[in-house]
Structures are given as structure tokens and as C-alpha cells.
Design a protein around this ligand. Structure first.
Ligand code: GBH
Length: 502
């Protein structure tokens, strides 16, 4: 193992420090100008593979605003947030970060924080105001301008086609309960891929099947230390189990139809895959039998989503447990659902549960979180950095993914602007360092993780929590729209620049 940097490396480091960088600096002389002697020796071994993407992520409804401009149709989130009592403080995304008008400033911010990739989502009702039918040229123009700006800045655009803002017109016709919605989604996906794939080479179909279906169509109980919290999002329905399972089926069918349409319409070289908040069972004890138990548990915990997408069949246990409530489907459906993908995107925030072996059928048991298990700011946000290691590892071991992207990871914090105009989010820095250490461990094991997207570039509309839960590495004053990079932005930039955990 190398302990001292070579002269060449020192020159390289000095060289990078000399490039004039924007003003995110909290301490006089940051790590680059400190003598390398004082750097942790292990930092030499904490590097990521060459060509790794260091990205930041956002989604359309959470940042764009301009909810009724340039011919955009209504989405279910416009309806939901305009219904009093649904969102904390009755906040809405009507203006949000005003990104629709400030996208140039925001692309410059991405550059400031050292990102070389950006994951954003496209608002379906901007492109097809009614969900289907005539496209709205002005809606597409916005994404053309954004993509051009990114390319000019040397930032790779990664586009998500569905981040929950379903056209209200489709919801009126049954939304994801109807088989027409996955079809309409496929058509929309093909249209966007055709128009943007000369510049956008990575498309994610659907963001978080598990979240938008289970929280949107039934309400979801999330296990945390000492109990559970109930989570709900638009359209805020409470369907019985059979109907819920049918919605789940339509969601993965929509993904499959989108994959087919992208393959048919996109320029050569465009790649696609899902972006799922994988349910992740973490082995409480890292010995082979408990690891095996957690792997089995992870496969079952994702049965209606990633497992059927990547295996082409529902697991026996899922169908057996669902019984008469199992989804209605035919063989063609599962072929479409499991159309080969180029990569698997996973959003990882926490362990779903810890697992141990068991003699009971199935071979694993879930261990509840202790009442004092540490949490981040969000009610559901159990702290568990190893989840990032095991999520990546199991996606490879279970499904032999060729490429994996961490499409989201991050945390909310009680960020305060201090008198000196800065935000010292030490908890977020702690969170990121611990999670990324576990991701580096996965890449060192040979797991093909190609990139990491920090959620989020900047504070934004955090769904039911409104603007209270700040997830950004850039602070946003929602009265003035002023953006201020936090301490974590400086940390992220340093990590991206070194391609190593710092
Ligand atoms: C993501 O959602 C979203 O993609 C993004 O828009 C959002 O802003 C961000 O994360 C931060 O919340 O019992 O383990 O299933 C993540 C939302 C996913 C929250 C699932 C609660 C339930 C915890 N969540 N989760 S679990």
C-alpha cells in the first residue's frame, strides 16, 4: 500500500488547487492546500473507479414552479397540494425554487459544487398537457434549453421520465388503476427519447415504484425505532389490496412499455433503466448465513417491483401471500415488464429492516429497530450507512446488473443560516461520509457502481413535509430565492474532485 504521495501527485493536487474555484469555502485553506502529511493515509485507498459520475439530483415538481405556464397541463400534485390539509403548512409547488426561470443559475450552481452529472425529471404534463394526444412544443423547449445548458457546462444529463407528477387528466380516467396509463406512459417516453436522445444518453423510466404506489394508492407504514410512521402522497387514495396489487402491476408494465419505446425511438447509444427505492434488508451480523438470509429477504421485499422487472416473474411467496388479491396479468405482460435494461438505478436512504437467519419458512426474520436507533431529520429516516453497501451488493448478486447507479442518497437536516451567512450542516457531512464509505467498499469489491447522485442539489418542496425538510447541499431562502452552498457542498466538491471519500 502506498503511504506517501509521489511528487507528481503533489503537483497534480497543487495544480487543481490553483484552478480558480467559486467561493464555497468555510475554512482558510481547505484540504487541498494542507500538507498531504496531515491527510489520513487511508484516503489513498478510498478512491472510486475511474470515470465515476458525481451527480446531484432533483425532480420537476419539487423545483420547477411555473405550474401553469407555457401550456402545461395540471398534474395530480397540483390538485393534491391545492387541497387544504394535505401538505404541511399547505405549502405548494406553484413557485417552488422557480427553477423553470432560474435554470441557468442552477446549472452554474451544479458546476460550483463539482458535479459532472445531473439527474432531473421531466414533467409529463408539460409535454402532453392531457397525458396523451397533442404534444406541447413550449414544454419540450424548456428541457431543450436545460439540456443545452448542461452540455455546455460539461455536465452529463440523466433524465427521469416519471417522478410522480401524473397528468390530472389521466387520473380522472383512473390513473394507474387503468391499463391505459402504462400505455400512455410508453408513448410519452418514446416521444421524449426521440427528441432528447441526441444529447441525453441516460434515461430512467420511473422513480420509486414502491413509494408512489404504496404511499399514493394506500398509505404506507414505515418502521422506525420505537414504532411506525404513516406516509401518504398524491393522489392520496386508500385502495383495497387487490386494487393496490393491480396498480403495482400497471406501474411495472408502464416501465416495460417505456423501455420498449425508448429502444424503438432513441438515437443509438441511449441507455435506460428504472430508479427504484429498493427495499433493503441489511444483515445485522456479517457472517455468511446471515448475509444469505438478508439476500433472500431483499429479493422478497422487492417482489412486486425490481424482482419482477429483473427476473420476469412474480415470486411464489408474493403470489401465495396475495392469494385472491394477486394482480391479473398475462404472459406477455411479464415479458414486457422484464425487457432487458442497461442499468439499475437505486435510491438508498436507509435499511428497510435488519435481517437474521431463521428456521421458519423463508429462512430469515426481520429485527425491529430499537427505540433509540438513530434517525435523521425526516420522520422515516432511520440511519444505517451499511444499507448503501448491501443494496449495491445484492443488486449485483441477485440480478447480475451490468451497471448500477445510486440515483438518490442524502438526508434532511435542521439547517440554519448563521450570522456569517453560512450553513454548517455537520450532520449531513457525517451522513454522507458514512454512506459513501460504504459505497466505496462496494466498488472495491468489484460491484459495478458507475455513479452517485446526491439528493438533492438544493432545498426544495419535500412532498407532504412541504418546505420544512431541507435536503439540499445548497440552502435556499424561499422568500428571495437566494441559493447558498452549505458546508456539505464544500465536502461534496472535495469528494468529487478527488474521486475519493474525504
Ligand atoms: C425520495 O423519496 C424521492 O424520490 C424524492 O423525491 C424525495 O424528495 C426524497 O427521496 C427525500 O424524501 O420504510 O424504508 O420504505 C424517498 C421517500 C421512500 C420516504 C420510502 C419514505 C419509506 C421508508 N421515501 N420511505 S421505508
Amino acid at each position: 500500500m502506498k503511504t506517501n504521495p509521489t511528487r507528481r501527485e503533489l503537483i497534480k493536487v497543487a495544480g487543481t488547487a490553483a484552478i480558480s474555484l467559486p467561493a464555497i469555502s468555510f475554512v482558510a485553506g481547505d484540504a487541498t492546500s494542507t500538507s498531504d502529511q496531515t491527510r489520513s493515509q487511508s484516503s489513498n485507498t478510498r478512491t472510486f473507479p475511474k470515470g465515476f459520475y458525481w451527480g446531484v439530483a432533483t425532480s420537476a415538481y419539487q423545483i420547477e414552479g411555473a405550474w401553469n405556464e407555457d401550456g402545461k397541463g395540471r398534474s395530480i400534485w397540483d390538485t393534491y397540494t391545492h387541497t387544504p390539509g394535505k401538505i404541511k403548512n399547505n405549502d405548494t409547488g406553484d413557485v417552488a425554487n422557480d427553477h423553470y426561470h432560474r435554470y441557468k443559475e442552477d446549472v452554474a450552481l451544479m458546476k460550483d459544487v463539482g458535479a459532472n452529472a445531473y439527474r432531473f425529471s421531466i414533467a409529463w404534463p408539460r409535454i402532453f398537457p392531457d397525458g396523451t394526444g397533442q404534444p406541447n412544443a413550449k414544454g419540450l423547449d424548456f428541457y431543450n434549453r436545460l439540456v443545452d445548458e448542461l452540455v455546455a457546462a460539461g455536465i452529463a444529463p440523466f433524465a427521469t421520465l416519471y417522478h410522480w407528477d401524473l397528468p390530472q387528466r389521466l387520473q380522472d380516467k383512473g390513473g394507474w388503476q387503468s391499463r391505459e396509463t402504462p400505455k400512455a406512459f410508453g408513448d410519452y417516453a418514446g416521444y421524449v427519447a426521440e427528441k432528447l436522445s441526441d444529447r441525453v444518453k441516460h434515461f430512467f423510466t420511473i422513480n420509486e415504484f414502491h413509494t408512489f404506489v404504496d404511499m399514493g394508492y394506500q398509505g404506507y407504514e414505515s418502521q422506525v425505532g420505537g414504532g411506525a410512521v404513516t406516509l401518504e402522497i398524491a393522489p392520496g387514495l386508500k385502495l383495497p389490496p387487490a386494487d393496490l396489487n393491480q396498480v403495482r402491476h400497471h406501474a411495472v408494465l408502464g416501465h416495460g412499455l417505456a423501455v420498449q419505446a425508448i429502444r424503438a425511438k432513441a438515437k443509438q447509444g441511449a441507455k435506460c433503466g428504472p430508479a427504484e427505492n429498493i427495499n433493503i434488508a441489511v444483515p445485522l451480523i456479517e457472517s455468511s448465513e446471515h448475509i444469505k438470509a438478508a439476500e433472500i429477504a431483499t429479493r422478497e421485499a422487492n417482489a412486486p417491483y425490481l424482482t419482477v422487472i429483473l427476473e420476469g416473474k412474480y415470486t411464489e411467496a408474493y403470489l401465495k401471500t396475495a392469494g385472491k388479491d394477486a394482480p391479473q396479468f398475462n404472459d406477455d405482460d411479464v415479458k414486457i415488464i422484464s425487457a432487458p435494461v442497461d442499468f439499475v438505478g437505486i435510491n438508498v436512504y436507509r435499511p428497510s429492516f435488519y435481517a437474521l437467519t431463521s428456521d421458519k419458512p423463508g429462512g430469515y426474520r426481520e429485527v425491529p429497530f430499537s427505540a433509540s436507533h438513530p434517525k435523521m431529520r425526516s420522520s422515516w429516516h432511520v440511519f444505517g450507512p451499511e444499507s448503501l453497501y448491501w443494496a449495491s451488493k445484492f443488486v449485483q448478486s441477485l440480478w447480475k446488473a451490468k451497471e448500477i447507479y445510486i440515483t438518490e442518497n442524502g438526508c434532511a437536516a435542521d439547517d440554519q443560516l448563521t450570522d456569517d451567512g453560512k450553513v454548517y450542516d455537520t450532520d449531513r457531512v457525517m451522513f454522507l461520509r458514512n454512506y459513501l464509505t460504504q459505497l466505496q467498499r462496494a466498488t472495491a469489491d468489484g460491484v459495478p457502481v458507475k455513479g452517485y447522485f446526491q439528493w438533492s442539489l438544493m432545498d426544495n418542496f419535500e412532498w407532504s413535509a412541504g418546505y420544512g425538510n431541507r435536503f439540499g447541499i445548497v440552502y435556499v431562502d424561499f422568500k428571495t430565492q437566494k441559493r447558498t452552498p452549505k458546508l456539505s457542498a464544500q465536502w461534496f466538491r472535495e469528494t468529487a474532485r478527488r474521486n475519493a471519500v474525504v
